[in-house]
Design a protein around this ligand. Structure first.
Ligand code: F0G
Length: 473
């Protein structure tokens, strides 16, 4: 048997990659105010900002686009999508929405989440947290301690701490609106949740009569990790495992831009008829009629095919193996990584890589910018700029970790792209002592990471004496 896991596809349509010089990149980054989010596509050679809506569709998906039914009410593409979603999830009500955050907003509004309410999760993704907090409620993360230790090799670092979950449900019972499990845990390194943990969460939530939802953006990658890593799951199919995951929940939100293998789309699915009625009203008010929810018929047609393709085990094996290939390459160089390899991304521990840059000077931004300058590679900071809080005096309170996410779009880049990335990361790693921090010059009140403007900190040297001389402690 051969050892090499090959891409289970060949390429039929190609798109040129922009190539730039270092001098150009220096200008582009300064124009982007040192925030890679503000770069333009033609300034980037390899874009690892996100795996969201950036993947390639298959020939079958493109063919389905052509037969998408654009009927306003009663679109046949909706019924195709509903059939596929119900085959995987058995949810009674299937609402298409334009993307994941719309599903989150509709769900939280329909559940009457207000100030005083609480959502308990392993970890909220940033839009999920923002949607909870926007309604004045509290988003509580209860992921296991291992999740905060990048070096821990725990196979299911997305698991929730069951004791803390039960304690919150007992002590804050009135306030808790729902329990939400994000599979895989994006903010914690793309780490999966075990089936054992999901079964226990379902049991505990239901014991306290609280609804249990999944944030299913990467459900198929999570199912594959369960198959690979969890005792007694190896002989099951990824689809069978996914079906069990969904069967434990009362509903789910999903950004289909990830494991839906489409460029746009989302789902809100649930069993409760009364809640569904409220969602239906809000959906019509904000997204669109119930049989399209803000999507074109062709988008739903492509999604129906994508949800079937994503559970193809050859695809999942390749997907997880290609992320692991990149992870192993960086590990070999000695780069500090969030361990073990996750599903959709490799996360570099920037705080450990740059011990001379304090968290309040955004080591993650320093690394993301160094990668861009070195090779036109765009990555994303998942650290103090994205998750740090501001103290009463406006000073930054560091996030628990300063990671940089190199996110791998689905079916898009090849092994030689990964090898090129390895060379760029190695170069940046070898010159790590030269990196400098950043300070924010302009930011918005909510989700600042997307639009913040920064500038390099120009302290001449980072020894404690030089910092003190420069008036900074
Ligand atoms: N939940 C998770 C776990 C996500 O990763 C995302 C998006 C969302 C919800 C929101 O979905 O973008 O379709 O509205 N994650 C992207 C990312 C943006 O880059 O990780 P959306």
């Amino acid at each position: 048997m051969t050892k090499t896991i090959i891409e289970p596809f060949r390429i039929k349509m190609v798109e040129p990659l922009p190539r730039t010089t270092r001098e150009q990149r220096e200008h582009f980054l300064a124009d982007a105010r040192y925030n890679p989010f503000l770069l333009r596509a033609d300034q980037i050679t390899i874009d690892l900002l996100t795996d969201s809506g950036t993947g390639a569709m298959s020939t079958k998906q493109w063919a389905a686009m052509m037969t998408g039914d654009e009927t306003y009410a009663g679109s046949l593409s909706y019924f195709d999508l509903k059939r596929v979603v119900q085959d995987i999830s058995s949810m009674t009500h299937v609402f298409p929405v334009h993307q994941g955050r719309a599903a989150e907003h509709l769900l939280f509004r329909a559940m009457n989440i207000t100030s005083g309410s609480m959502v308990l999760a392993n970890a909220h993704f940033d839009t999920t947290r923002a949607n909870v907090e926007y309604l004045g409620a509290e988003a509580v993360d209860l992921v296991i301690e291992d999740a905060y230790d990048p070096a821990s090799e725990h196979p299911f670092k997305g698991n929730i701490n069951l004791e803390r979950l039960e304690r919150y449900l007992r002590e804050q019972h009135e306030r808790v609106a729902l329990v939400l499990m994000t599979v895989t845990n994006n903010t914690g390194g793309g780490q999966p949740v075990s089936l054992e943990n999901l079964r226990a969460v379902s049991e505990i939530a239901h014991k306290f009569h609280k609804p249990f939802f999944l944030d299913a953006a990467r459900f198929a990658e999570n199912a594959w990790f369960i198959k690979e890593r969890e005792p007694r799951q190896h002989d099951r199919t990824a689809k069978d495992i996914a079906q069990e995951m969904f069967s434990l929940a009362d509903g789910f939100t999903m950004s289909c831009k990830k494991d839906g293998l489409v460029n746009i789309g989302g789902l809100l699915c649930l069993n409760d008829d009364a809640l569904a009625e409220k969602v239906r009203c809000l959906l019509i008010l904000m997204e669109g009629y119930t049989t399209y929810g803000g999507l074109a018929g062709r988008d739903m047609a492509a999604l129906a095919v994508g949800l079937e393709e994503v559970l193809d085990e050859q695809y999942l094996e390749y997907r997880v193996a290609s992320t692991r290939y990149f992870f192993n390459m960086l590990d070999h160089i000695g780069v500090p990584l969030m361990r073990p390899a996750g599903g959709h991304a490799v996360y570099i521990d920037a705080r450990t890589m740059y011990p001379h840059i304090p968290a309040t000077e955004f080591p993650g931004i320093a690394l993301a910018n160094a990668l861009y300058l070195e090779g036109g590679v765009r990555a994303v900071e998942v650290g103090t700029l994205m998750f740090g809080k501001q103290g009463p005096n406006g000073a930054d309170i560091p996030a628990p970790l300063d990671l940089v996410r190199l996110t791998i779009p689905r079916r898009t880049y090849t092994q030689s792209h990964a090898d090129y990335l390895g060379e760029i990361v190695q170069e940046v790693y070898e010159r790590r002592s030269e990196a400098r921090g950043y300070r924010v010059v302009k930011q918005s009140a909510v989700l600042r990471a997307f639009t913040a403007e920064l500038e390099p900190v120009t302290t001449p040297a980072y020894s404690p004496t030089a910092r003190a001389c420069a008036g900074r402690t």
